[in-house]
Every structure is written in C-alpha cells, then in structure tokens.
Design a protein around this ligand. Structure first.
Ligand code: ADP
Length: 629
C-alpha cells in the first residue's frame, strides 16, 4: 500500500486482490442489494458487544451511562444515510487493517464463487457476501463513496474515505466520542434505501434480533428479545423461524429446531436449529467445521459468536444459541475450552442433539431424510471420533442397497432383520453411484442368491463403514474381498470346463497379465460376466485406493487385484478352445488384456481409454471378418 501525504490526508492504495473484490461488488448485479444494511448493522452490533463485554468484565470500567445503541438517520431528499454506533470504534491502525485489506482466508473462495454465480445466473446472490465475511464492502452496491468517522478509547479520531475503486484516504479528526459513524449518499438507482418504511422493513427482516436497540430517525424498530429465554409454549413458529434466519444468515427457514432448558449439574438454555441445506463451505473446504459452533451467551452477554467448544466437530453444523449462568463473564477462550462446566454442557448437548435426530428419524422420516442427505456425511465422522455415542450414531446410518428402491433407505437393523438364516455376514460394495455399482459383476452371485448388499455411495463411507467391524455380531464385509466363502463347488455349471482346461486358461491369463494382477483365480461368484476384479485379502478398499490416487499420495498402495475368471462363460470357453488349438494365437492375449481392462473400466479405474478402444476395434474386426466368411 502506498501513502500519499497532503494536508494531513493520507492516501492508501488497495492491494490487487482487494481491488478485484471491490470491482466485483461495485459492478455486479446483485439480487438483494438491501443486505448492505444487515452487514453494517451487524458490524455495529459486534462493536457494541465488545463494549458491553468490556464493561461487565473489566471492573475498573464500571457502569457507563450512555445506552449502547445503533442509530440510523435518513434524508430522502438528499439520498443520504448515516449509521452510527457507540461501540468500540477503531484506531488508525485498525482502520487500515480492517477496512483496507482483505485478510480473511475465505476471500478467494468468495471471489471464485461470485464469478461462477455471475456466469451462471447473470446475477449474484448478495447473501454470499455475508457468508464470506466481506460485509462492509457491500455498501458499495448502493453508493459511490463512503465515509467512516470513528474513534476508539485512547486514540485520536479518524476519518476514512473511499470510492471503492483503487484507494482510500485517512485523516485525523477531533471527534471526542467513542464509536463509529458511517455515511454515504445513495446512487440514484438505490434511492429506496433512504425511505424510512423501506429501511424499517429491511431491519425487521434481517436485523430484528440484534442485541441492541436500533433507532431509525429516533424511533426504535427492532424487538431485542432473547427468544431462548422464553418457555417453549411462549415461542411462536414464525418468531423462531425469523430468529433462525437472523442468526444463521439463511434466507430459508430451518428444517427443525430444538428448545432446551436444563437445570441440574449445569444450567443452560438453548435454541438450536438444523438448516435445510449444508452451507457451501461445508462441501468444498476441508476442516470447514473447525471454527463453527452455536453462539455462547453468559448472563445475557454474548461471549463467542461461533463457539466451537459447545459441540463436537461432527455436530457443528447445528446453529443456534446456548446461554448459561454457570460460567464467569470474564471467560477467555482458553478458560472456555478447559472449563469442566463447558465439558458438561457439551456432553449434554451432544446427547440431546442425537436424541433429537433419533426422534426425527422415528417420527418425521421425511425431515430426517432431508437432514441426512445434507449432513449425514458429517455426522458419520462421529463414528470414528465419539466413542461414547458410537452405537447410537450407527443406528442413525442409512444406506441404499440392492434391495432398496430409488430414494429409499435401509438401516443396519432392517438389513439384519431381513437376512436369511444362512447369511452370516453383512455385505457392502462401494462406488461412485448406485447405477455404476449395480452393474458390478461382483454382485452377480449375491443377486442370484437374493442376498442384499449395501451400496456405499458417500465418499466418507469407506473410511467409516469398515470400522464398524460388526453389527449385531455380524461382521461387515466388502463383496470385493477375495476371501468370501462361496460354499465351494455349489451348483457348478454342467457345461463348465474340465479341471485341466481351467488350469491352462488360468496359466495363460497369468502369463499374459504378468504383474498387472496379484493373481488369476477361478471364480464362484460370477454368473453372467466372464471376469471380475476382487481385492486381495489384505488390500484396502478399492474406493479408498481411488481416493488416495486422486490425492496423489506417492505411497498409495500398489492396487494389485485378483482377477477372477468365470469358467462357465462362453468367452472363457471359447478362449479355452483357442488355447487347445494354438496357445500362441495372438487373439488370445488381445482378448485377455481386453477382459482385464474391461473389468477396470467397470470399477472406474481404467486410466485412458484410447488403447482400450483401439484393441476393441481389432477384436470387432476379427469378429466381423469371421461372420462374413
Ligand atoms: P467482518 O464483519 O466479517 O469481519 P467486515 O468487512 O464487515 O467483515 O468488517 C471488517 C472489520 O471492520 C470488522 O471485523 C471490524 O473489526 C471492523 N468494523 C467494521 N465496522 C465497524 C464498526 N461499526 N465499529 C467497529 N469496527 C468495525
């Protein structure tokens, strides 16, 4: 950032990333420009929270006389807006750090998302701005220039000004009062935001539950109630939904909510929500839940905006507020983390939330399904991290299987309930999609026998499900593992090959494929396919392998498989015939390579199809030539 001193006014240049961001905000079409107001009010409210917190915890500060509040003044004729708060304010350094740079890690993600949205829909959902913590700049949707006058305790006042293009200026002022005033003139097309009734509606819509009074031209317009303090019967659905939208910054209503009021070893009240959909960052950012969590209040004062210690990571998508009397007000983050009270609250909350999921599953299956679709992949992680609740989490699991209809799910309990007496194990197969898995030759035997197989489609399944090991004393086993007991010899096809011929075919398969496979074996599981690939006894699940390869893990397991050959299949019988005539017929080797790569293709791990296709053409050429003669 360069500086340019002139009559006490310093000019600063924005960094490139920041310019890009501002440029997008200024020149893009937003679907809801009104949210600039929510963002500015939310910043003011944060600054006020810090003052209130300071007053309550720092004894020397004592009671301060002036009411903590936000005031908004509008002038319709001049199209001007002034938003004031008597919060912490900012020093010059803070102004530069907070309004001159984008330090947030989410910014790049934000830029990318904005660009994608704009390309796709021709407009941008301004809700995204709030999600990515670049709220202040949203004001440039409605104005060409913003002035921020601010003062913090113990520093001189400053005036910050920017046109949202390449630079901003800062000068010192003789402002005496602590706090911040943000003023600007609205662009012609945004003049509606100087109309009192319009602004009042926006405040009601987005900021009704802000913890401090908001005065619009001297009239108080928000309700300032701590909903979680009310008893269940006093809560109206509408009010609760509005509250959710406010704290979760969601335009949709919640999927469901839970109100808790606990007295006992610890005392706390909570109002918790399940969103209808997973937020985007949950999907594309690893560890996105690390810093999430409900808001923590202690004796009516907000202590933490996103308190991650309230819930285990696998539940941190739950939104809401938790308030307790049992923590001291002057809690630092470390104290919160290590406090036994906190541990107890967390333990109780976890139990209650899981019970909530259980009752949704039992009483409102549609809701549960929607919840599971959005957050199931996250909850499953709990199986490997929360051993206290593991059994309950296992009961919550839902699967598609070879026996479920589209959009229908089965629980492990149901699966076991419909196992036949002979079946001793629970079988699963993992893959990218139900359709792809249904065409997997490894299912043929199970199909024929009418044995249900769970189809794992969620990428986290392969890390979680095998770790269950057993359910109801029945081991869980991948159908791709080679050691499944197929009741040897059972139902051998009458026209199968002789032992000697099978031996020859297997030998030629082995010679041809060399170290591309771990081994070649006779199959008992195949019905209508000539060959299939199965994992060796000690190898990892093929899905895990695929993921490791995708993540370019250098030391990913070699991935060698056992190729099983179906001696009753016409192609294998023909091959045996060809071997008897002349083992060196090149068509034999071409066919073997082709069968092997076809199996790879089916399990989704054939890299590059050019060779496969060209070989296929060779084979078709032979086939058509023979048909002709
Ligand atoms: P976010 O609020 O997500 O941090 P913003 O771009 O909205 O991002 O604001 C950047 C920072 O500027 C805030 O984190 C805060 O430190 C500071 N700030 C903004 N508005 C005010 C205000 N009214 N009073 C004090 N500080 C403020």
């Amino acid at each position: 950032m360069s500086e340019n001193k002139q009559n006490g006014i310093q000019e600063f240049e924005y960094k490139a990333e920041m310019k890009q961001l501002l440029n997008l905000i200024v020149h893009s079409l937003y679907t809801h420009p009104e949210i600039f107001l929510r963002e500015l009010i939310s910043n003011a409210s944060d600054a006020l929270s810090k003052v209130r917190f300071g007053q309550l915890t720092d004894n020397s500060a004592g009671e301060e006389g002036e009411e903590l509040k936000i005031t908004i003044a509008l002038d319709e004729k001049e199209r001007t807006v002034v938003i004031k708060d008597n919060g912490t304010g900012m020093s010059e350094e803070e102004l530069i750090a907070n309004l001159g740079t984008v330090a947030k890690s989410g910014t790049l993600g934000f830029l990318q998302t904005l660009k994608a949205e704009q390309g796709e829909k021709g407009g941008i959902d301004a809700n995204l701005i709030g999600q990515f913590g670049v709220g202040f700049y949203s004001v440039f949707m409605v104005t060409d220039e913003v002035t921020v006058e601010t003062k913090t305790d113990g520093a001189v006042g400053c005036r910050w000004k920017s046109g949202g293009e390449g630079s901003y200026t800062i000068e010192k002022t003789d402002r005496e009062k602590r706090g911040t005033a943000i003023s600007f003139t609205l662009k012609e097309e945004a003049k509606e935001f100087a109309e009192a009734y319009r602004v009042e509606n926006i405040i009601r819509k987005y900021s009704n539950f802000v913890d401090f009074p908001i005065y619009l031209d001297n009239k108080k317009v928000n309700s300032v109630t701590a909903l979680w303090q009310k008893s269940k019967s006093e809560l109206s659905e509408e009010e609760v939904n509005e509250f959710y939208k406010f704290i979760a910054v969601d335009y949709q209503e919640p999927l469901d909510y839970l109100h808790l009021s606990l007295e006992g070893v610890v005392n706390f009240k909570a109002l918790l929500f399940l969103p209808k959909e997973a937020p985007m960052d949950l999907l594309y950012q690893q560890g996105a839940l690390e810093n999430h969590g409900p808001q923590l209040y202690v004796r009516k004062v907000m202590i933490q905006h996103e308190c991650k210690d309230l819930l285990p990571e696998y539940l941190r998508f739950v939104k809401g507020v938790v308030e307790t009397e049992d923590l001291p007000l002057n809690v630092s983050r470390e104290v919160v983390q290590n406090s036994p009270v906190m541990a107890k609250i967390r333990q109780i909350l976890t139990t209650k939330i899981i019970a909530w999921f259980e009752s949704l599953a039992a009483e409102q299956p549609e809701k549960f399904r929607r919840f599971y679709k959005a957050f199931g992949p996250v909850v499953k992680i709990g199986l490997n991290t929360d051993f206290t609740n593991r059994e309950k989490l296992i009961e919550l699991l839902r699967f598609v299987s070879t026996a479920t209809e589209e959009e229908e799910y089965v629980t492990l309990k149901e699966y076991v309930g419909r196992m036949t007496e002979d079946q001793k194990e629970i079988y699963y197969l993992s893959g990218d999609s139900r359709e792809q898995m249904l065409s997997n030759p490894n299912l043929e035997y199970f199909r024929k026998k009418g044995i249900e197989v769970l189809l794992l489609t969620d990428p986290v399944d392969v890390f979680v499900i095998p770790s269950i090991n057993e359910y109801d004393k029945k081991p869980l086993k991948s159908v791709e593992k080679a050691d499944i007991d197929f009741k040897a010899g059972e139902e051998q096809e009458k026209e199968a090959l002789s032992e000697a011929m099978i031996g020859t075919v297997l030998r030629i398969f082995r010679e041809t494929l060399g170290d591309r496979v771990e081994d070649v074996a006779e199959s008992r599981r195949l019905v209508s396919s000539p060959v299939t690939l199965v994992s060796g006894k000690d190898s990892v699940d093929p899905q895990i392998e695929k993921m490791l390869r995708m993540m370019k893990q250098a030391d990913a397991p070699g991935g060698k498989k056992v190729l099983e050959v179906n001696p009753s299949h016409a192609v294998i019988k023909n091959l045996a015939g060809l071997c008897m005539l002349d083992e060196n017929n090149p068509l034999i080797r071409t066919t073997i390579h082709h069968l092997y790569e076809g199996a790879l293709l089916l399990e989704g791990s054939l890299e590059g199809t050019a060779e496969y296709i060209s070989r296929m053409n060779d084979i078709i050429e032979v086939a058509t030539r023979q048909a002709k003669s």
